[in-house]
Ligand binder design. Structure first.
Ligand code: CMC
Length: 430
């Protein structure tokens, strides 16, 4: 559909017709690509608050309605009926698989889970207490040192191999990072297990005794992977796209995404929420911490609250909150003091004018840590769990970006505020 162009008239009277582009759903965008050529000005939008950085077919969010869809399917439906591996197929291929397609995809992922033994040696170089996110990004980046024979980004077969490889091997790398932290031997993957069961096995089993997978834990983790699988142009995904836009190999681009995810404003928030709840410690302290979060002179923020896009509620948080109730009950821990504290904090914050006016709601990270904790996953692994889920989203976006015939290197402009041109002054005259 063609829409009337946006007319922009500069103070000097130069007129530009800026085309308006329409998506299948969501707000239109004004194409400002010709603005500098026609008007000699750039647009300015730090943090990309009102800027679309690309066209995408993968994920849609309506922040006002609290709607999240992967390839058109609402996340609630996928959470109820699907599995992480099926959602991965959907994100990568655009359609839900037939039974046969799912079987083939599942088999491919299950049979590519092992790491080259040499890669396990990398872990020996890390300190025993290295943060698992540091190890994850380093080891994923170093995959490019192993697979340089299949890294031609213009070769569709190489791209396909990369997509399967990253999805299949990331859990093995993540589990090895944890095992190093606790001084236990690395556990090899078991291809008879599904994606999530295999991860739990590599995380929690030891060679000395049999390990029984708890189906409640496996389902809960699988669901959390689904909820984290993609979130359109968030910080880490945009980082993957940006790093990849230079033609850099995809392992490096994913390593860059993992690093971006680690920050507390993004995926690092789930770890930060647990630390915050531990610091608050008791319901009697909540008002003090809410006041700190509102204080402009205090850098403290309520972690797990607020979102750039969701201004009503985060649909993932709603599902996870419900899941928290269920999982804690099934594990016989429905009296979890941490969960009680989180519920009370949520209630107090949601009634507070500051949070109401700024439309700050609990986000995906507010409750996920409580479930991870109940399932025995250590706090330092929380953001790694996020990375495992998001790895498929990063991969789908990298594939979309690199296959776009109109793709160009991502290269923003700036508003320079430094000194204007000046001449070099000899050192004795300064
Ligand atoms: N506690 C207290 N005040 C807050 C919070 C919070 N958690 N979040 C935002 N605000 C205030 C902020 O101070 C600002 O106030 P003012 O307009 O008076 O300056 C206003 O709300 C808008 O915040 P902003 O930082 O400009 O909003 P943003 O869209 O740039 O940031 C955010 C979004 C998620 C980074 C931010 O809300 C935040 O830091 N939240 C805590 C960290 C967190 O939970 N992150 C996980 C995000 S969801 C998962 C993911 O994407 O990885």
């Amino acid at each position: 559909m063609t829409k009337e162009a946006f007319r922009l008239i500069s103070p000097g009277g130069t007129e530009s017709e800026l085309p308006v582009r329409t998506g299948t759903v969501g707000p239109d965008v004004i194409d400002v690509g010709a603005l500098y050529k026609e008007q000699g000005v750039f647009t300015f939008d730090p943090g990309f608050v009102a800027t679309g950085s690309c066209e995408s077919d993968i994920t849609f969010i309506d922040g006002e309605k609290g709607l999240l869809m992967y390839r058109g399917y609402p996340v609630e439906q996928l959470a109820e009926h699907s599995s992480f591996i099926e959602v991965s197929y959907l994100l990568l291929n655009g359609e839900l698989p037939t039974a046969e397609e799912l079987d083939t995809f599942d088999h491919t992922i299950r049979t590519h889970t092992m790491l080259n033994e040499g890669m396990l040696n990398f872990f020996k170089g890390f300190r025993y207490d290295a943060h698992p996110m540091a190890m994850l990004s380093a080891v994923v980046g170093s995959m490019s040192a192993y697979y340089h024979d299949t890294m031609d980004v213009h070769n569709p077969e190489h791209r396909d191999i990369f997509a399967h490889r990253i999805l299949a091997k990331l859990p093995t790398i993540a589990a090895a990072a944890y095992k190093l932290n606790i001084g236990q031997p690395f556990m090899y993957p078991r291809n008879d297990l599904d994606y999530t069961e295999n991860f739990l096995q590599m995380l929690f089993s030891v060679p000395a005794e049999p390990y029984e997978i708890d189906p409640v834990s496996a389902r809960a983790i699988d669901l959390l992977f689904i909820l984290h699988a993609d979130h359109e142009q968030n910080c880490s995904t945009s980082t993957v796209r940006m790093a990849g836009s230079s033609g850099a190999n995809p392992y490096s681009a994913i390593a860059a995404g993992i690093s971006a995810l680690w920050g507390p404003a993004h995926g690092g928030a789930n770890e930060a929420v647990l630390k915050m709840l531990e610091e608050i410690g008791d319901k009697s302290q909540i008002t003090k911490y809410v006041a700190k979060a509102k204080d402009k002179n205090d850098p403290f923020r309520l972690m797990g609250f607020g979102h750039r896009v969701y201004k009503n509620f985060d649909p993932r948080a709603t599902i996870i909150r419900e899941m928290c109730h269920k999982v804690l009950k099934q594990l016989g821990r429905n009296d979890s003091p941490m969960f009680e504290l989180a519920l009370e904090l949520e209630e107090i914050a949601l009634k507070d004018d500051y949070f109401v006016e700024k439309k700050l709601y609990p986000n995906v990270d507010f409750y996920s840590g409580i479930i991870y904790r109940a399932l025995g996953i250590p706090t330092s692994m929380f953001t790694v769990m996020f990375a495992l889920g998001r790895s498929v989203g990063w991969t789908a976006h990298w594939l979309e970006m690199i296959s776009d015939p109109q793709g160009r290197i991502a290269r923003p402009r700036q508003l320079y505020q430094g000194p204007p041109q000046r001449d070099y002054v000899a050192i004795e005259k300064r």
